[in-house]
Design a protein. Structure first.
Length: 250
């Protein structure tokens, strides 16, 4: 398990290159099946109605009528997503080197699984349906972003990458890593609050459904289990039981 404890620069380069290549490919080939994307969005809304968790319209209206909340939500959505993720990534590499490898693998797995979701389940976000206010478009006149809130040109951005919410996925990853590895209590508290505020923002701005957030929580849980589960210890335990069983038979 020494590999997991000592990051190597060439592994980091390969990992980042692989994730970026996968992201670019999915981004460029996704977002073309419009009818399917809108159908999936309606299906998600129907499931939420059945589960009584469809509070996106009410939250979106409340954010819209409270201008300062809309402004802060737009800033949060467009800015913190990148800078906090990069900051936590760098902090782990420089200050928690012994934990960095596992943490970075969780982020990589989460991102790749989410990209698979974008490809397999293209989904139109709530803001594309009647009855919602596109908060990012409402604040796009500031000049910092396009109407979709995308950090890149809309012409090369997959607008139907809503399920699951990678925005929340990265925020949850940041929160979990800060809670696990930060020493100061107040820093850990902020780490926990960050993904909660992100979930509020992505739903309130009508960029994601509640189920998008629930789905990425499941993705994070799977990624954490894969990376942090003591596979070697489990394998050794199975091997020992097999040996003991063989001795008993003999």
């Amino acid at each position: 398990m020494a590999y997991l404890g000592q990051p190597r620069w060439w592994v980091e380069v390969l990992l980042i290159w692989g994730i970026y290549s996968a992201y670019s490919r999915v981004r460029n080939i996704g977002g073309k099946d419009i009818d399917r994307a809108f159908g999936n969005g309606r299906s998600i809304a129907q499931v939420e109605q059945h589960l009584h968790i469809a509070f996106e319209p009410a939250l979106n209206r409340w954010v819209h009528v409270n201008g300062w909340v809309a402004d802060l939500s737009a800033l949060h959505y467009h800015t913190l997503h990148w800078w906090i993720t990069i900051g936590v990534f760098v902090w782990l590499f420089w200050r928690r080197r012994e934990s960095y490898r596992r943490a970075s693998l969780v982020l990589a797995l989460t991102t790749l699984i989410a990209l698979a979701g974008f490809f397999l389940i293209p989904t139109a976000p709530p803001r594309m349906y009647p009855g919602y206010v596109d908060i990012m478009a409402q604040t796009a006149s500031w000049g910092w972003w396009e109407g979709s809130g995308s950090p890149g040109p809309e012409s090369v951005t997959n607008q139907f990458a809503a399920m699951p919410s990678l925005h929340c996925g990265w925020a949850i990853w940041c929160g979990v890593m800060i809670a696990m590895y930060a020493r100061r209590t107040w820093v850990r508290v902020l780490g926990v609050l960050y993904p909660i505020s992100t979930a509020f923002v992505v739903i309130g701005t009508a960029n994601h459904y509640v189920l998008d957030v629930i789905a990425i929580v499941a993705v994070i849980a799977v990624s954490m289990a894969i990376v942090y589960m003591p596979w070697r210890q489990a394998a050794d335990a199975v091997a020992r039981r097999s040996v003991d069983s063989g001795k008993s038979v003999a």
